[in-house]
Design a protein around this ligand. Structure first.
Ligand code: IPD
Ligand code: CA
Ligand code: CA
Length: 264
């Protein structure tokens, strides 16, 4: 049996209420590392969503950030980021999301990304389209980098390594109107899908960060791929590039050139 979009939207709405409610009191926070936190919202929402999936679809495989892989039929797979942008959430910044995706036979079928404080819910269904709060969305039509705004992110553990992303940030900052760093990869991708920004890239994300956003952007007419044509989007460590069709190839050319230079 396969889930319906309405079913997942209902679960994510309830998860958003949990996030908002827990934020009103003192949050229990645990450190995974210096800049990597887990709050009680991460664990509570993840447990809530997994319980919904296992009750309604026993035997489906689940990949969730905090509890890892829950074995099951690889033909029916879920990707859960209970709070994407945990640092923002813990500091009281409203830029965070709940991100849930479902794939059947390795193909993404449903994707939902919600930002409870802004009351924005982005969602997509394979072959049917992408929407924000019920209105259809499309990627932007902007063709030139000089007219574009981009978003990226930086993984703390890569900061002092050649993969830090800092050189990419500087290089692309010279080519576009601005490069933003907002702190939630799922929302970054939702903003590409609805045309608020032209493109997004990041190094070393995880499948649960990008699964729902990938379907959103594809259904909104954009392109999502691995940044250097290596690895996969739904397995392992993910270097990702996502943009409207025009800007995608321009960003890719520059990012490939920058990588060639840094490996000289
Ligand atoms: C993080 C956010 C952030 C990105 C980090 C991710 P988390 O996810 O998506 O934007 O830059 O790489 O780890 O840890 O808040 O779920
Ligand atoms: Ca995340
Ligand atoms: Ca998370």
């Amino acid at each position: 049996m396969e889930p319906t979009l309405d079913q997942v939207l209902n679960w994510v709405e309830e998860a958003g209420n949990i996030a908002q409610r827990l934020r009103q009191n003192d949050l229990l926070v645990r450190h995974k590392s210096k800049a990597d936190l887990v709050t009680e919202a991460d664990t509570t929402i993840e447990a809530f969503l997994i319980e919904k999936i296992q009750t309604n679809f026993p035997g489906h495989r689940v990949n969730a950030e905090e509890s890892g892989q829950h074995d099951g039929d690889s033909g029916h797979e879920w990707f859960i980021d209970p709070i994407d942008g945990t640092l923002n959430y813990a500091h009281g910044l409203p830029q965070y999301a709940i991100s849930v995706a479902y794939a059947c036979g390795g193909e993404l079928k449903l994707g939902v990304i919600s930002n409870p404080p802004m009351r924005e819910v982005f969602y997509a269904e394979a072959g049917k389209g992408a929407w924000l709060n019920g209105e259809p969305i499309r990627v932007s039509q902007t063709r030139e980098l000089i007219d574009s705004m981009l978003i990226t992110g930086f993984r703390f553990h890569l900061l002092d390594t050649p993969r830090s992303n800092i050189n990419n940030f500087i290089r692309l900052s010279h080519e576009v109107q601005a490069v933003r760093r907002l702190g939630s990869a799922a929302l970054d991708m939702a903003y590409v899908a609805c045309g608020r920004v032209e493109g997004f890239w990041e190094i070393a994300l995880h499948p649960w960060d990008v699964a729902a956003g990938t379907l959103l952007i594809q259904e909104a007419g954009g392109i999502v791929d691995t940044l250097y044509g290596e690895g996969e989007l739904l397995r392992g460590s993910v270097d990702i590039l996502a943009a409207n069709g025009e800007v995608f190839s321009k960003m890719q050319t520059i990012l490939l050139d920058e990588r060639a230079k840094s490996s000289l």
